[in-house]
Design a protein around this ligand. Structure first.
Ligand code: VGL
Ligand code: ZN
Length: 198
Protein backbone atom coordinates (compact mmCIF):
# COMPACT_ATOMS: atom_id res chain seq x y z
CA UNK A 1 0.00 0.00 0.00
CA UNK A 2 1.34 3.42 -0.98
CA UNK A 3 0.77 6.26 1.43
CA UNK A 4 0.98 10.03 1.13
CA UNK A 5 1.25 12.83 3.64
CA UNK A 6 -0.82 15.84 2.55
CA UNK A 7 0.37 18.98 4.31
CA UNK A 8 -2.27 21.68 4.08
CA UNK A 9 -1.49 25.40 3.82
CA UNK A 10 1.47 25.81 6.20
CA UNK A 11 1.88 29.40 5.03
CA UNK A 12 2.91 32.58 6.80
CA UNK A 13 -0.56 34.15 6.56
CA UNK A 14 -2.08 31.23 8.51
CA UNK A 15 0.53 31.44 11.26
CA UNK A 16 0.51 33.85 14.23
CA UNK A 17 1.18 37.39 12.96
CA UNK A 18 -0.22 36.54 9.50
CA UNK A 19 -3.27 38.03 7.81
CA UNK A 20 -5.46 35.07 8.83
CA UNK A 21 -3.30 33.81 11.68
CA UNK A 22 -4.42 30.57 13.32
CA UNK A 23 -3.55 30.26 17.01
CA UNK A 24 -0.49 28.00 17.38
CA UNK A 25 -0.38 27.50 13.62
CA UNK A 26 3.41 27.44 13.77
CA UNK A 27 3.49 24.94 16.66
CA UNK A 28 2.76 21.99 14.35
CA UNK A 29 5.59 22.56 11.86
CA UNK A 30 8.33 20.54 13.61
CA UNK A 31 5.97 17.59 14.11
CA UNK A 32 4.94 17.65 10.45
CA UNK A 33 8.58 17.72 9.33
CA UNK A 34 9.32 14.71 11.52
CA UNK A 35 6.39 12.79 10.05
CA UNK A 36 7.53 13.19 6.43
CA UNK A 37 10.04 10.33 6.64
CA UNK A 38 7.21 7.82 7.18
CA UNK A 39 5.62 8.42 3.75
CA UNK A 40 6.15 7.33 0.15
CA UNK A 41 4.90 10.69 -1.11
CA UNK A 42 4.72 14.13 0.48
CA UNK A 43 2.38 16.73 -1.01
CA UNK A 44 2.22 20.35 0.15
CA UNK A 45 -0.73 22.61 -0.62
CA UNK A 46 -0.61 26.35 -0.94
CA UNK A 47 -3.58 28.73 -0.80
CA UNK A 48 -2.79 30.97 -3.79
CA UNK A 49 -5.16 33.84 -4.47
CA UNK A 50 -5.03 36.63 -7.07
CA UNK A 51 -5.42 40.17 -5.64
CA UNK A 52 -8.99 40.39 -6.99
CA UNK A 53 -10.11 37.16 -5.35
CA UNK A 54 -13.82 37.00 -4.53
CA UNK A 55 -13.21 35.52 -1.04
CA UNK A 56 -11.55 38.76 0.14
CA UNK A 57 -13.88 40.99 2.15
CA UNK A 58 -12.15 44.11 0.83
CA UNK A 59 -13.19 43.18 -2.72
CA UNK A 60 -16.86 43.59 -1.67
CA UNK A 61 -17.84 47.20 -0.86
CA UNK A 62 -18.96 47.56 2.75
CA UNK A 63 -18.50 43.87 3.64
CA UNK A 64 -16.92 43.00 6.99
CA UNK A 65 -14.29 40.26 7.28
CA UNK A 66 -15.83 36.97 8.47
CA UNK A 67 -19.30 37.92 7.16
CA UNK A 68 -21.08 35.56 4.75
CA UNK A 69 -22.19 36.09 1.17
CA UNK A 70 -24.06 33.94 -1.31
CA UNK A 71 -21.96 32.91 -4.31
CA UNK A 72 -23.25 31.04 -7.39
CA UNK A 73 -21.81 27.85 -5.81
CA UNK A 74 -23.26 28.47 -2.31
CA UNK A 75 -22.49 30.37 0.89
CA UNK A 76 -18.99 31.79 1.23
CA UNK A 77 -17.16 33.33 4.19
CA UNK A 78 -15.49 36.64 3.34
CA UNK A 79 -11.93 36.50 4.66
CA UNK A 80 -9.31 39.12 5.36
CA UNK A 81 -7.01 39.43 2.34
CA UNK A 82 -4.55 36.52 2.64
CA UNK A 83 -2.14 34.34 0.63
CA UNK A 84 -1.90 36.69 -2.33
CA UNK A 85 0.13 35.03 -5.10
CA UNK A 86 3.85 35.72 -4.70
CA UNK A 87 3.52 37.57 -1.37
CA UNK A 88 5.45 36.71 1.80
CA UNK A 89 2.14 35.76 3.37
CA UNK A 90 1.62 33.10 0.70
CA UNK A 91 5.11 31.61 1.19
CA UNK A 92 5.52 28.44 3.21
CA UNK A 93 6.26 29.03 6.88
CA UNK A 94 10.05 29.20 7.07
CA UNK A 95 10.49 26.12 9.26
CA UNK A 96 8.57 23.77 6.97
CA UNK A 97 10.74 21.22 5.18
CA UNK A 98 9.43 22.05 1.73
CA UNK A 99 12.48 20.37 0.12
CA UNK A 100 10.94 17.00 0.93
CA UNK A 101 7.82 17.73 -1.12
CA UNK A 102 7.27 15.64 -4.25
CA UNK A 103 4.42 17.86 -5.31
CA UNK A 104 3.08 21.33 -4.47
CA UNK A 105 -0.55 21.89 -5.32
CA UNK A 106 -1.87 25.45 -5.47
CA UNK A 107 -5.54 26.24 -5.07
CA UNK A 108 -7.87 29.24 -5.01
CA UNK A 109 -6.25 30.88 -8.05
CA UNK A 110 -9.49 31.55 -9.92
CA UNK A 111 -10.86 35.00 -8.93
CA UNK A 112 -14.49 33.89 -8.98
CA UNK A 113 -14.26 30.78 -6.79
CA UNK A 114 -12.65 29.85 -3.49
CA UNK A 115 -11.03 26.47 -2.88
CA UNK A 116 -10.75 25.11 0.64
CA UNK A 117 -10.24 21.51 -0.40
CA UNK A 118 -7.02 20.28 -1.97
CA UNK A 119 -9.16 18.15 -4.33
CA UNK A 120 -12.08 20.30 -5.52
CA UNK A 121 -12.86 24.00 -5.50
CA UNK A 122 -15.83 25.23 -3.47
CA UNK A 123 -18.31 24.33 -6.23
CA UNK A 124 -17.34 20.72 -5.30
CA UNK A 125 -16.88 20.06 -9.04
CA UNK A 126 -13.78 21.82 -10.36
CA UNK A 127 -10.81 19.48 -9.72
CA UNK A 128 -7.37 20.70 -8.64
CA UNK A 129 -5.63 17.68 -10.19
CA UNK A 130 -4.52 16.15 -6.89
CA UNK A 131 -6.80 13.11 -7.21
CA UNK A 132 -5.23 12.25 -10.57
CA UNK A 133 -1.71 12.75 -9.25
CA UNK A 134 -2.27 10.45 -6.28
CA UNK A 135 -3.97 7.74 -8.35
CA UNK A 136 -1.21 7.92 -10.92
CA UNK A 137 1.25 7.18 -8.12
CA UNK A 138 -0.98 4.35 -6.83
CA UNK A 139 -1.54 6.08 -3.49
CA UNK A 140 -4.44 4.65 -1.49
CA UNK A 141 -3.78 5.86 2.05
CA UNK A 142 -3.64 9.53 3.03
CA UNK A 143 -2.66 11.29 6.22
CA UNK A 144 -3.58 14.98 6.40
CA UNK A 145 -2.22 17.67 8.70
CA UNK A 146 -2.00 21.46 8.63
CA UNK A 147 -4.15 24.59 8.62
CA UNK A 148 -6.93 25.03 9.22
CA UNK A 149 -8.60 21.94 10.68
CA UNK A 150 -12.14 23.30 10.21
CA UNK A 151 -11.65 24.61 6.65
CA UNK A 152 -8.93 23.45 4.30
CA UNK A 153 -7.88 20.32 6.22
CA UNK A 154 -11.50 19.31 6.89
CA UNK A 155 -12.85 19.86 3.37
CA UNK A 156 -9.82 18.06 1.92
CA UNK A 157 -10.45 15.09 4.22
CA UNK A 158 -14.15 14.94 3.29
CA UNK A 159 -13.37 15.01 -0.44
CA UNK A 160 -10.59 12.45 -0.06
CA UNK A 161 -12.96 10.07 1.74
CA UNK A 162 -15.65 10.51 -0.92
CA UNK A 163 -13.02 9.80 -3.60
CA UNK A 164 -12.32 6.45 -1.90
CA UNK A 165 -9.03 7.10 -0.15
CA UNK A 166 -8.34 5.73 3.31
CA UNK A 167 -8.06 9.03 5.25
CA UNK A 168 -6.59 9.95 8.62
CA UNK A 169 -6.40 13.52 9.95
CA UNK A 170 -3.66 14.19 12.48
CA UNK A 171 -5.66 16.48 14.79
CA UNK A 172 -2.53 16.96 16.94
CA UNK A 173 -0.71 18.33 13.88
CA UNK A 174 -3.56 20.59 12.73
CA UNK A 175 -4.99 23.81 14.18
CA UNK A 176 -8.41 25.43 13.70
CA UNK A 177 -9.79 28.91 12.97
CA UNK A 178 -13.02 27.95 14.84
CA UNK A 179 -15.54 30.42 13.48
CA UNK A 180 -18.98 29.99 15.13
CA UNK A 181 -18.54 26.35 16.06
CA UNK A 182 -16.97 25.43 12.72
CA UNK A 183 -14.48 23.06 14.37
CA UNK A 184 -17.13 20.96 16.15
CA UNK A 185 -19.23 20.91 12.96
CA UNK A 186 -16.30 19.73 10.86
CA UNK A 187 -15.31 17.04 13.40
CA UNK A 188 -18.84 15.60 13.16
CA UNK A 189 -18.78 15.66 9.35
CA UNK A 190 -15.38 13.98 9.21
CA UNK A 191 -16.45 11.22 11.61
CA UNK A 192 -19.64 10.64 9.60
CA UNK A 193 -17.54 10.34 6.43
CA UNK A 194 -15.35 7.66 7.98
CA UNK A 195 -12.27 9.85 8.40
CA UNK A 196 -10.01 8.63 11.21
CA UNK A 197 -9.15 11.44 13.66
CA UNK A 198 -5.82 10.78 15.30
C1 VGL B 1 -8.21 28.64 4.56
C2 VGL B 1 -9.76 30.27 4.87
C3 VGL B 1 -9.47 30.83 3.65
C4 VGL B 1 -7.50 27.44 5.11
C5 VGL B 1 -7.90 29.17 3.32
O1 VGL B 1 -6.36 27.15 4.68
O2 VGL B 1 -8.10 26.75 5.97
N1 VGL B 1 -9.15 29.19 5.32
N2 VGL B 1 -8.53 30.27 2.89
ZN1 ZN C 1 -7.90 31.32 1.16
Amino acid sequence: MTNALIVIDIQNDFCPGGALGVAQGDAIVAGINALMADFDAVVLTQDWHPANHSSFADNHAGAAPYSMIEMPYGPQVLWPRHCVQGSDGAAFQGGLNSDRADMVIRKGFRPEIDSYSAFFENDHKTPTGLDGYLRNRCVTKLVLAGLATDFCVGFSALDAASLGFDVTVRMDLSRAIDLDGSLAGMVEKMKAAGVVLA
